[in-house]
Design a protein around this ligand. Structure first.
Ligand code: F3S
Length: 72
C-alpha cells in the first residue's frame, strides 16, 4: 500500500501532517507530500486512512499494490 498526495488538490490544511507526521512532509508554503516513496507499513495503515478521511480537499489517496492482500 502506498499513500499519495495530489498536489493539484492539496490546499495546505496540514491535517495529514498533524495526524501522521511520519508519513507526510510539508513544504514552506504548507503543502504536503508523502515521505519517501509513500510506502505504508501495516502498522501505519490506520493512520494513513485517518489522514485520507480528514483531508478536507480529498487530496490523499491510498494506492493498493500487488501483494498487499497476501501480506495482510
Ligand atoms: Fe493538503 Fe489535505 Fe494535507 S489539503 S496538507 S493533503 S490535509
Amino acid at each position: 500500500m502506498k499513500v499519495h498526495v495530489d498536489s493539484e488538490k492539496c490546499q495546505g490544511h496540514n491535517r495529514c501532517y498533524a495526524l501522521a507526521p511520519g508519513m507526510f512532509k510539508v513544504d514552506e508554503y504548507g503543502y504536503a507530500t508523502e515521505r519517501g516513496d509513500g510506502t505504508v507499513t501495516p502498522e501505519n495503515l490506520e493512520k494513513a486512512k485517518l489522514a485520507v478521511e480528514n483531508c478536507p480537499e480529498r487530496a490523499i489517496f491510498l494506492i493498493e499494490q500487488a501483494g498487499d492482500k497476501a501480506a495482510s
